[in-house]
Design a protein around this ligand. Structure first.
Ligand SMILES: NC(=O)c1ccc[n+]([C@@H]2O[C@H](COP(=O)([O-])OP(=O)(O)OC[C@H]3O[C@@H](n4cnc5c(N)ncnc54)[C@H](OP(=O)(O)O)[C@@H]3O)[C@@H](O)[C@H]2O)c1
Length: 317
């Protein structure tokens, strides 16, 4: 594994990080989860990304990871860089989501109980809140670091102007923003316009999620009459990818698959290496349902640069 410096900080992150949004919920196989985390550690993938609402049900991914940490991976805490987040709907009533001090402090306290940890390495505000003053959100994040419940602060999915304002406030409090977490893949390049340049200008790292567009950029949904059994688009407990979304993007994925075939490389590898070749990207945040998927994704790290011609073909809209 290769490691990249996270903005202007002391933190190094692996080129490939592992997210637990899917596949680590209450209904997922615990032994399989242990095998994935164990293999990740062997491969040098030491950054694990969680959020309070990951599961299903919400909270169960943190519980599963906390239980694995306590049992299978006891003694390895300091080798890991563990993230969690608050800001999406987590509990009923007016305090259960968004960006108030009340939500963020209570949310992290709940996460720490589920994770069975005293602190996380990075705590994110999961999404911008249009109604809470950014000053209040930032004060809560600063308080969290001062209290020792998180070592660093991250932001997720912030538009550039609000991101810049939050970074300024955090820097004034001597709690610089460590990371911006953004969706970025060959099918969704919206962050190139403002968010990635803003993070670079602020000296903040960028960690990019859904690099395989939730699996579509493996090509596995092409040329099949039925959705592959057990895949994210097929599973009823996964509501973020379905047959309609797969159909909408099929033509573009097929074009990219043709480029990959011509280059003699799997589309999965090209999709990840295309991201890793961007100097603004600190780490590519994958998901994996099996050890084999994890290994295939990890193989994209530390590879030589793709030729300009191939990069241009992939980047052509
Ligand atoms: N900040 C935010 O708001 C936000 C939002 C979304 C995600 N995230 C973070 O980003 C992480 C990654 O997102 P993601 O899960 O969407 O990433 P992804 O890497 O685009 O998709 C992962 C899925 O692709 C499939 N896959 C992966 N490798 C494969 C392979 N070699 N062959 C075939 N299929 C493969 C698997 O799905 P199947 O089940 O179909 O096999 C896997 O679960 C999340 O866990 C989370 O930590 C953050």
């Amino acid at each position: 594994m290769k490691y990249r410096r996270c903005g202007r900080s002391g933190v190094l992150l692996p080129e490939i990080s592992l997210g637990l949004w899917h596949n680590f919920g209450g209904g997922d196989d615990r032994a399989q989860n242990a095998a994935i985390i164990g293999r990740a550690m062997e491969l040098g993938i030491c950054h694990f990304d969680l959020a309070d609402n990951y599961g299903p049900p919400p909270g169960s991914a943190e519980e599963r990871f906390g239980s694995l940490l306590k049992q299978e991976f006891a003694g390895h805490r300091d080798e890991m860089f563990i993230a969690t987040k608050a800001g999406h709907l987590m509990w009923p009533g007016p305090y259960g989501d968004w960006g108030s001090r009340k939500h963020l402090i209570s949310g992290l306290d709940q996460s720490l109980r589920r994770l069975q940890l005293d602190y996380v390495d990075v705590f994110y505000h999961h999404r911008p809140d249009p109604d809470t003053p950014i000053e209040e959100t930032v004060e809560a994040l600063v308080q969290i670091v001062r209290s020792g419940k998180a070592l660093y602060i991250g932001l997720s999915k912030y538009p550039p102007a609000l991101f810049n304002r939050a970074c300024t406030l955090l820097a004034e409090a001597h709690v610089p923003c460590l990371l911006h977490q953004l969706r970025y893949n060959l099918l969704d390049r919206a962050c190139e316009a403002g968010q990635l340049p803003a993070a670079k200008a602020q000296g903040t790292g960028s960690i990019v999620f859904s690099p395989l567009a939730q699996g579509m950029l493996t090509g596995k949904y092409l040329n099949t009459t039925a959705l592959p059994a057990g895949s994210r688009a097929e599973r009823s407990d996964s509501i973020f990818l379905d047959a309609d979304k797969v159909a909408t993007d099929a033509r573009r994925v097929a074009e990219l698959q043709a480029v990959a075939t011509e280059a003699g490389l799997p589309l999965t590898q090209l999709a990840l290496r295309w991201l890793l070749q961007r100097s603004e990207v600190t780490s590519v945040l994958i998901g994996a349902r099996t050890v084999a998927q994890l290994e295939e994704c990890a193989a994209a790290a530390g590879q030589p640069a793709l030729a300009d011609e191939l990069m241009n073909l992939l980047s052509a809209e």
